[in-house]
Design a protein around this ligand. Structure first.
Ligand SMILES: C[S@@+](CC[C@H](N)C(=O)[O-])C[C@H]1O[C@@H](n2cnc3c(N)ncnc32)[C@H](O)[C@@H]1O
Length: 277
């Protein structure tokens, strides 16, 4: 066995540990995935084998090692205005229905990765308000959360390279919502940035401190969790939603056993879930 190989027993223990820490289930025979994601951490944290790195992580006591391992094992794939339809529905259907209310609208991007999702929501709010002056007068607050501290750093910086800007942004939006910050990066303009705040949150923990929301985006993260964890997360999200509040899941995700808590609203294109009651 090579020192970068993961033994059967280490893989089993790491799978249990990962599931308990962040809900992610590795499944069988993904040693190659663990190896490729954690290889660079072996040197960074001075372990002489992958099994030693895994044992050190499970043993605990090194917060930065734990965070680096969770960062490496979570998939952060995201893009601007992902799947288009949630943002079109916000602008064409959902904001018009909510605009009459006399309080601040609150929107949560749960598992926001590097920030494209909450910033796309903020841009949609501005676009809606531009075409309907005086709408959503009490303001909109967007909260982005993620388990990964390195992703939250990116969110807070709000600077993006050419590759990430090329994914999902029209030339017009790029021109309108970004400015060059030197070094070949583009930064989200202050008008968009100040609408969004970011917090660390593990979806396996309590959400009570976040307050109530009108709209929740929980997209492309539930797929990593086993059914019972997914149901519990959806129940907790329902508890944070206002009556009639709206939930967007990823385009390929289903509501599963939490179906009794939500009505499915089919649109053309796309769909969302509305909290019952
Ligand atoms: C594939 S990205 C989805 C980003 C965005 N929602 C989208 O649809 O483009 C999944 C995100 O879930 C986060 N994540 C994974 N497990 C988590 C957990 N237990 N709690 C909170 N966030 C988690 C990862 O750090 C990652 O940023």
């Amino acid at each position: 066995m090579n020192n970068k190989d993961v033994s059967v027993e280490s893989y089993r223990q790491f799978g249990e540990f990962l599931q308990q820490q962040c809900g992610i289930s590795l499944g069988d025979n993904k040693q190659y995935l663990v190896r490729s994601r954690l290889a660079s951490l072996m040197h960074q944290f001075n372990f002489d084998s992958m099994d030693a790195l895994i044992a050190g992580t499970i043993r605990g006591g090194n917060r930065s090692l734990l965070q680096a391992v969770l960062d490496a094992m979570t998939t952060n794939e995201t893009l601007w205005f992902r799947d288009s339809y949630p943002y079109e529905l916000l602008i064409n259907t959902i904001f018009p229905a909510l605009t009459a209310q006399n309080r601040r609208l609150r929107i949560w991007s749960a598992a926001c990765s590097s920030g494209q999702e909450p910033y796309s929501i903020a841009m949609s709010v501005l676009e809606y308000q531009r075409t309907r002056p005086g709408s959503l007068r009490s303001g909109v607050e967007i909260v982005g959360t993620d388990i990964s501290s390195s992703m939250l750093d990116k969110c807070n910086k709000g600077t993006y390279d050419e590759l990430s800007l090329s994914r999902g942004l029209s030339a017009e939006r790029r021109q309108r919502y970004f400015k060059a910050n030197g070094g070949g990066m583009q930064e989200v303009i202050p008008e968009v940035k100040r609408m969004v705040s970011f917090r660390s949150l593990n979806l396996l923990n309590s959400y009570a401190g976040l307050g109530r929301f009108d709209i929740v985006f929980c997209r492309n993260v539930l797929i990593y969790f086993p059914a019972d964890v997914k149901t519990k997360i959806l129940q907790q999200i329902a508890a944070q939603l206002q009556p009639g509040g709206i939930l967007f899941l990823g385009a390929s995700e289903s509501i599963g056993e939490a179906a009794s808590l939500f009505s499915m609203v089919k649109c053309h294109p796309g769909l969302y879930f509305q909290k019952k009651g």
